[in-house]
Design a protein around this ligand. Structure first.
Ligand code: ZN
Length: 449
């Protein structure tokens, strides 16, 4: 390998690109390795430049009967281009087995793809899975597998799971019906309408056409398809959320929110009316205190410092969930809908906002100017932020939230505003029982790999 170099320069004079005849190239393959996978970026006259896909080396393939390449190589500041003479193919006597090479390559792609799908499933189920190949689809001229998976004892069956280099599509079947209302933390991936692609199967996994409507009429769901975006991580979060929420008595939760409130039957879920502690108990969420606010406990403590529900968010309306992550755990990409709020000091705006009125005069009235949290979406995307975000991502085994293109990557405190107290409780549930364990497990799995 490495005997052929097209870009010249004095140091590489010995590594002259070799030229072989077209018929020998067909018979014996790439002059460097005998492979057949590569590309020809240039072809001119009777010669084609060939670049080996496996080793990146180059060679010149010259029409039969000619003795010299018509493409010159090696021209540079200190050297003249030269036109290599056709030589005997270095792999004479070792003809290529095209069918075997193609089969091996496809098997390699299939193995790689199965590994990728399996690791998302493993992370979602929290145990090693044994995916079953259901079908194949073609994407970017590659034959990719579509898998299903089932884990004994899990109420979630993955019926269809594949990706097409743009997005992952997952079909699920639930053992117990779950009302759409209890899936609000996944709304970000349930609302989207997956583009029709070879790996989408709307019969096995029908998309939820109008999640908002299903949410409001508590439509029970057992079988549906989810567009999980460009990385398998959102599929993992969905599997684990569905498994956790399946353990909850959904009827009891909805009763508390709509039928058995302090004021009897309600049309809409109201934070004033709901028996908040009863709701937390029904969701099996542990808490240390629950009046207007609740400090949730019982989450992986290496991941979160705190998870708190603010039942009445007087600033923003509705209810909010505040999370504090530990260093080493940036916010991952999530399906939680709505706006994310961050502290001003976690943004580039900090220098423009006075922290303390005392700095500007009377030390008597040292009333703190409240530096409010601001919605991430109002911040302009800056290249500076995205570069730091790319740095922080290194070594983090899961995709980090797009918010890091707008806030400093050191940001670990985030507030999620939700329309009502049930959605807030479910969002806290999502962080405590799904996101926390996933981040912990994905670090562990990355360390083991
Ligand atoms: Zn090669």
């Amino acid at each position: 390998m490495g005997e052929a170099q097209v870009t010249g320069g004095p140091a590489k004079e010995q590594n002259r690109a070799i030229a072989v005849s077209t018929s020998e190239f067909h018979e014996f393959g790439c002059p460097c390795c005998g492979g057949i996978f590569g590309r020809s970026p240039i072809s001119g006259g009777d010669t084609m430049l060939w670049e080996c896909a496996d080793f990146g080396t180059s060679a010149l393939i010259v029409a039969d009967g000619l003795s010299r390449s018509s493409i010159g190589v090696g021209g540079g500041a200190n050297s003249e281009a030269y036109y290599p003479e056709v030589v005997d193919h270095p792999r004479r006597g070792q003809p290529v087995d095209r069918e075997k090479l193609i089969a091996d390559r496809e098997a390699g792609i299939e193995r790689g793809e199965l590994t990728r799908l399996k690791s998302a499933l493993d992370l979602g189920y929290g145990v090693e899975t044994m995916p079953h190949i259901e079908a194949h689809h073609r994407s970017k001229s590659q034959e990719l597998p579509i898998v299903s998976a089932q884990v004994e004892g899990s109420p979630v069956e993955v019926t269809w799971f594949a990706q097409n280099y743009h997005f992952y599509f997952m079909g699920v079947k639930l053992q117990n019906e779950v009302p759409a209302t209890l899936l609000s933390p996944l709304a970000g991936i349930l609302e989207s309408d997956p583009a029709l692609s070879g790996h989408v199967n709307t019969e096995v996994a029908p998309p939820i056409p109008n999640f908002q409507k299903s949410y409001h009429n508590n439509e029970p769901l057992t079988r549906f398809g989810i567009d999980c975006g460009g990385r398998g991580f959102l599929a993992s979060t969905a599997i684990r959320y569905l498994a956790e929420i399946s353990k909850v008595d959904a009827g009891q939760v909805l009763d508390l929110c709509l039928n058995k409130t302090r004021y009897g039957r309600m049309e809409r879920i109201d934070g004033n009316a709901i028996e908040f502690e009863e709701l937390l108990k029904a969701l099996q969420l542990e808490y240390s205190e629950a009046s207007y606010n609740a400090n949730i406990i019982g989450f992986p403590e290496e991941v979160f410092e705190s998870i708190a529900i603010d039942r009445f968010d007087t600033e923003r309306g509705g209810s909010s969930v505040r999370i504090k992550l530990h260093d080493g755990f940036p916010l991952p990409v999530l399906a939680v809908p709505g706006e994310i709020y961050v502290k001003v000091e976690d943004t580039g705006l900090e220098p423009h906002i006075p922290k303390d009125s005392g700095e500007r005069g009377s030390s008597q009235s040292k009333s703190k100017i409240i530096t409010p949290e601001i919605p991430v979406s109002v911040l302009r995307y800056s290249d500076q932020f995205s570069r730091v975000a790319a740095q922080v991502q290194e070594g983090i085994p899961y995709p980090i939230n797009a918010a890091y293109q707008r806030v400093w990557p050191s940001a670990r405190e985030f507030t999620f505003n939700t329309p009502n107290v049930l959605d807030a409780a479910l969002t806290a549930f999502y962080f405590a029982k799904v996101v926390g364990p996933l981040l912990r497990d994905s670090k562990r799995m990355a360390a083991e790999a």
